[in-house]
Every structure is written in C-alpha cells, then in structure tokens.
Ligand binder design. Structure first.
Ligand code: SAM
Ligand code: SF4
Length: 343
C-alpha cells in the first residue's frame, strides 16, 4: 500500500486523505526515508536549494490568553513580563539589516498594550529605516487592524491554527474559538498577506488522522508558510507533565506537507531543534526550506520560554545546518559563512 501511494507521489498525482493518513502512519525506517527523500526532491524542484533565513524578535511576553500548552500564558504568576521598547526593537532590526536579512518576524503574546496605533508606528519605522519585509505574529486581531497593518507595510502574518480537531482545539484553548481563528486566517488571505499557519504535533489525543486534516486545511486555505513543530511541555502549565511530540511524526508531517502543498515556505522549526539537536538538519532534508533565527536580546529571551529548554537557534547553528545539508546560503546574507558562499 505504501508503495502504491509513493507511486502516486512520483507521478505527481493528488493524494487523498486516506493516502496522507497512510504516509503519516508508517513507522518503518525504509518507508520513512523514502518519504523524506521524495519530499526533499520535491522541495529542490519547486523552491530550489537556497535556504531562506529570517530573524525573529519576541518583543513582548505579555499575553491575555491562557492556552494550556504555552509557557507565557496569562496564568503564570511568577513569570516576569517584559515589553521591549520601540527603540530596543529598532536596534535589533538594524542588526538584522546589517546581516543582510530581508525579513524580520515580530512575535508577541496577545498584548493589548500594543495597540494598533503602536504596531502601525513600528511597522512604518521599520519600513522607513530599513525597508525590510515584515512578518507579524501577534495573534488574533479585528479585521480592520489586519487591514491597517497591511496598509502600513506588513507583508506576512503568522497565525497557526494549531490543530483542526475542534475537540482538541477547545480543550487546549480556554479563550479561543476555532471558527474565529480560522476566520482570522481567511481575512489575512483576503487582505493579501503572505499567509502563515501551522500546527503542533503530539497534542493530547491527537492522531495521524487529525494531522492529515491539518495538512488538507493548509492546502484548502492556500496557506503560504507552514510551521510544523512538536508540542513541548512548558513548566508551570497544565501540560507540563505531558510527553513531547515525536520527532519522526513531525518530520513525516513536514514531508507530507511539502508533497501536498508544494510551493510553500516550510521552516525547520525552533521547537524541533529544541527536541533534537539534529532537528533542523533533518527537517531541511525532509521538505523544509527556511530557518528562523531568534534575535530577542539575551536579557529577555529567557522570559519567552513558550516551552521549557527552548533552543535559541543562533546563526552558527543555522549556518552549520545549511552547510551539513549542502544547501545554498541566500545571496543577500552579508555575513561570513566560512567560505561556503553560494555556488
Ligand atoms: N500569541 C501569538 C499566537 O498564539 O499566535 C503568537 C505567539 S505564540 C507563543 C507562537 C506559537 O508558539 C504558537 O502558534 C504555538 O504553536 C507555539 N507554542 C506555544 N507553546 C508551545 C509549546 N508548548 N510547544 C510547542 N509550540 C508552542
Ligand atoms: Fe498567548 Fe500565543 Fe501563548 Fe496562546 S500561544 S498563551 S495566545 S502567546
């Protein structure tokens, strides 16, 4: 059966829900390798060998929501909260610009102190001073605000659906409604954002069938960037004792997503790199084509532990992963990558 589905993959035929479930369920080493290789070939054909590098700034860990998995959820009384000032953020943005990076990712909890006006001011300042592309990842907001951010110059928006299984969604999100979150994603698409979504692997009660539906959701919604990472337990949260998601299942989901969604950005996620020191490399060899550096200043980054033992993907780790996989550095990078310039 597995061979039958892989033949469909090779022939470029569309995979059914059942096909996807079958691929996600395989646990045979040889079959998983065949799946990863097929996704790797497709990645090469469709998006090429250059690994996109982006820089993220986690500018506020204040959040009004209480997602049960998250290490910055509202109900963590001992967690020190921080908000970077606009000037602090700009300092990092300029560093990223100096490295040659073209995209800055601004991420935070759902922090109402950061009103639409303040976000717009920040977007405009980044555009004016650096011209960089801006990815926002600041949660659910009204449609009008998404429209204003776009108008001010934001290019991409990352809002993961987390899971398309409504029962699990409701269980892990005391403040969220699945339809509202999906609606936000639709607004972002309508407004012309490069639209980012994604899911967690290994959520309580989640089965391969659920992950198959997540992948079909990304396809149906026309999602452009798909972050797939394992769930990792965070200390002090209701899920602190839950087992982390599996590396293999995450890689299988990355591979199938590449095969099903084709021309999309798939990051080798920080969560995967936190679970497995080789995680970034493995993901880049199973369909992923992007790495995200964490550029939050040292004095704040340890307060943005959305899960415990978060790996702070630095430039060296990313460079090493790109080198080990024999992939190309983007030509826009202005940093020394040890003689491994683009061919
Ligand atoms: N507040 C915004 C939101 O929720 O969309 C953006 C920040 S939130 C911390 C970014 C992502 O972190 C979420 O989409 C979720 O997938 C991920 N995340 C949070 N806690 C996690 C955990 N314990 N394990 C893995 N990923 C986690
Ligand atoms: Fe807040 Fe996002 Fe964490 Fe949920 S996942 S608690 S919205 S930061």
């Amino acid at each position: 059966e597995f061979i039958g589905v892989m033949k469909k993959v090779e022939a470029g035929e569309e995979l059914s829900y059942e096909d996807i479930v079958l691929l996600l369920k395989t646990e045979r080493k040889a079959e998983m390798d065949a799946l990863f290789n097929a996704a790797d070939r497709m990645r090469k054909e469709i998006v090429g060998d250059v690994v996109d590098v982006r820089g993220a700034i986690e500018f506020s860990n204040v959040c009004m929501k209480d997602c049960k998995y998250c290490g910055v959820r509202r109900s963590l009384p001992t967690l020190e909260r921080y908000r970077m000032t606009e000037d602090e953020i700009m300092e990092i943005v300029h560093e990223l610009k100096a490295m040659g990076l073209q995209t800055v990712i601004l991420q935070s909890g759902e922090d109402s102190w950061w009103t639409a006006e303040k976000i717009i001011e920040l977007i405009k300042r980044i555009k004016k001073e650096t011209g960089m592309r801006i990815t926002l990842s600041i949660g659910e907001r009204p449609r009008e605000e998404y429209a204003l951010f776009k108008e001010a110059g934001a290019n991409n928006y990352l809002l993961k659906i987390e899971t398309t299984n409504r029962e699990i969604f409701d269980f892990i999100h005391p403040d969220d409604d699945f339809d509202e979150r999906a609606k936000c994603s639709e607004w972002l698409r309508e407004l012309g954002y490069l639209n980012g979504s994604g899911c967690m692997i290994g959520l309580p009660g989640q089965r391969p069938e659920d992950i198959a539906r997540d992948i079909l959701f990304f396809k149906e919604m026309g999602i452009n960037m798909i972050g797939i990472g394992p769930f990792l337990p965070a200390k002090g949260t209701p899920f602190e004792k839950y087992p982390p998601g599996s590396v293999e299942m995450t890689l299988k989901a990355v591979a199938v997503t590449r095969i099903v969604c084709k021309r999309v950005f798939i990051p080798a996620t920080t969560a995967l790199a936190s679970l497995d020191p080789e995680g970034q490399i493995k993901a880049l060899q199973a369909g992923a084509n992007t790495v995200m550096l964490i550029n939050t200043p040292n004095k704040y980054r340890y307060k943005y532990q959305i899960y415990s033992n978060k790996n702070m993907i630095d430039l060296e780790a990313a460079i090493r992963a790109i080198q080990v996989t024999g992939r190309k550095f983007p030509s826009y990078l202005k940093i020394d990558v040890g003689g491994h310039k683009n061919a």
